[in-house]
Design a protein around this ligand. Sequence first.
Ligand code: SF4
Ligand code: SF4
Length: 180
Amino acid sequence: MVNKPYCRQLLDTGKVTVCGITDTSITDHEDDGTPIFPPSYSFRLIGEVKQVAPEVIIEKAKTNEALKTAAQDIVKYPAMAEGNFVIHKAKVEIFDVDFDKINRDHKLLRTRSAFGGMKYNEAGPRITDSCIECGKCKKICSFDAIIEGSPYKVDSSRCDDCGSCIIECPVNAIEESLVF
Ligand code: SF4
Ligand code: SF4
């Protein structure tokens, strides 16, 4: 709907950010009252949009059930014919969280991806060759995201980016994460 402030913002900037999270309500507790965090997902998307002509949506709705309501509304309401967008390039990050390890043996499964030519950095801090293999980072990491080795490594798919390992390292061998 072209009069909506968010629509005008999309037209002005061409940029979009979307965040989402599943229900994380705490419904269960340990015997001592400690809350049990239910498994959940969250995601964020940073991307760019472009406007889609109403006739394109109507045409695509002939073979795509998901666009049927949109096509009907375009015919029904004049305001629905303008201000339709498609995200044509974006980077996405998904956090699959299981803090209490109900379904697996680690807390987090984190993935990043992109489409339309957008680039992203790998998640998590980076351990340099200054590592003296003391193991302090592995001990402090409650996400089981540190892999022993020479040097030690961060498993970015499990890392929460909490930063504890950076603080704990006695020789400053761990560099901060790059921006997404
Ligand atoms: S705390 Fe620092 S020096 Fe020790 S293993 Fe980890 S990265 Fe290497
Ligand atoms: S930033 Fe936190 S979660 Fe990631 S490796 Fe370091 S201690 Fe583990």
